[in-house]
Write a protein that binds this ligand. Structure first.
Ligand code: F0G
Length: 416
């Protein structure tokens, strides 16, 4: 097992503190020897009987056995079959993988438990990230749990309050920068280049991807097979790449014999990956001023875009952009019909699915998993911005009956 450049295949020792290839600047990946994962699976048979969680899959993770894990019990999130939403969309089997059930309320915890454990193995004293919010919340919680100093750099005024409050509460040094996520990430990369004792935990860090790939393993385990489609929101493009890596590994080990088609979803005002996919996937045009109500995926210069495009292309999948109105409508449908309150970015796959059924890309009898990446409570402001305030009346039964239109009924009962 070592680190390998995704572009030029230059290899590095697993424990080198490095984020991009020295030769070509490409992203790095944890790469296992041929047959290594299967050999681990056979040697460590106990994993099969463990309850679902990120660490269930320890034989396939790049963490030493003797390492002390920094964990808050991540993974093992629900895969919910939807009946009413499936009927509403006109499809028979739509499942929601609800990553909001993770300890800090998003899928980031899968990657963070591994990366912060690794940070301690490597002797780092401080962890840092740039973030649209969820990574900062996750870093702060796991950094606190692991006894590391934590710094988060966020775009001013564009991080939902639920996420910001998590980072502040968990004792991170929170710094807002004037600019967007892309500017924040640039600064963080420069800073970690200059101060090597500060460990970068954005998804450019290959250990983040290792934790997040368990999302792919887990959905297959829960489903008892492979879905036809997996639909995922795309921001910096790490997660779709991670899920695809997990699925490829499961196939290599012979646990599954086919792969799903992967769909990456972005908001119309922030869709460089979808545009790159649609124009052949060879190059990307970054978006200078990304804008969307789904602030989690408000990213104009996605670091892992090549990996994401490869996942969509190699799987025979597609990319789709959706408008803010479509996202909010999907968010409402999921909550009202299924009781699943997710943040706007997490509803974007439902909005995309609707369009993909309508245009005939996804057939009505196919099995679809939409990944809901973060909990609705992360972004409470969305409610006051887009929904009316609840009605207010005196605390009197008459007033309540009037509002609920129960008056009529009472008169009829009295008459009998
Ligand atoms: N959904 C949510 C809720 C997110 O927070 C993010 C990314 C994504 C989807 C996209 O995942 O970047 O791996 O393609 N949030 C990052 C953050 C950027 O800083 O919290 P991706």
């Amino acid at each position: 097992m070592n680190l390998k450049c995704f572009e030029c295949s230059k290899a590095y020792e697993l424990d080198t503190i490095i984020y991009t290839c020295i030769d070509c600047g490409g992203l790095l990946e944890v790469v296992y020897e041929k047959g290594e994962l299967l050999a681990n699976a056979e040697k460590e048979e106990a994993w099969k009987g463990l309850p679902l969680s990120v660490w269930k899959y320890y034989p396939f993770l790049p963490i030493g056995k003797g390492s002390s894990r920094v964990t808050l019990n991540e993974g093992g999130t629900g895969l919910h079959i939807t009946e009413k939403l499936s009927a509403f969309l006109g499809i028979s089997r739509l499942y929601i993988k609800n990553e909001g059930e993770n300890p800090t309320g998003s899928f980031k915890d899968r990657g963070m438990t591994i990366t912060v454990t690794k940070a301690r193995e490597l002797g780092a004293s401080t962890v840092i990230c740039a973030s649209t919010g969820n990574t900062s919340a996750s870093l702060s919680a796991y950094g606190a749990r692991g006894g590391l100093k934590r710094i988060v750099i966020i775009p001013t005024g564009k991080v939902a309050y639920g996420k910001l409050s998590q980072a502040m509460m968990c004792g991170a040094n929170v710094i807002q920068v004037q600019g967007n996520f892309d500017n924040a990430l640039e600064v963080v990369m420069e800073l970690t280049g200059r101060h090597t004792d500060i460990y970068l935990v954005n998804s450019i860090n290959p250990f983040r991807i290792e934790g997040q790939k368990t999302l792919g393993y887990e959905m297959v385990d829960q489903l008892g097979g492979v879905p036809d489609w997996v639909i995922i929101p795309v921001g910096n493009a790490g997660n779709i790449s991670a899920v695809w890596k997990g699925l490829l590994e499961f196939r290599e080990m012979g646990f599954i014999d086919r792969l799903p088609r992967m769909v990456g979803v972005q908001a119309e005002g922030s869709s460089p990956v979808v545009d790159a996919f649609e124009s052949g996937g060879k190059r990307i045009e970054n978006v200078k001023r990304p804008e969307t109500v789904a602030t989690a995926i408000r990213i104009g210069a996605p670091v892992s875009w090549k990996k994401a495009v490869r996942a969509m292309m190699d799987s025979g999948g597609t990319a789709m952009k959706v408008s803010d109105d479509e996202i909010l409508e999907a968010q409402g449908s999921l909550a009202r019909l299924e009781g699943l309150f997710v943040e706007p970015a997490s509803a974007s796959p439902i909005a995309a699915l609707k369009k993909l059924i309508r245009n005939g890309t996804i057939a009505r009898d196919e099995r679809v998993v939409c990944v809901a990446t973060g909990h609705g409570l992360k972004d409470p402001d969305i409610i006051s911005r887009f929904y009316e305030k609840p009605i207010e009346v005196p605390a009197k039964i008459d007033a309540i009956e009037e509002i609920l239109e129960l008056k009529e009924k009472k008169t009829i009962v009295a008459a009998i």
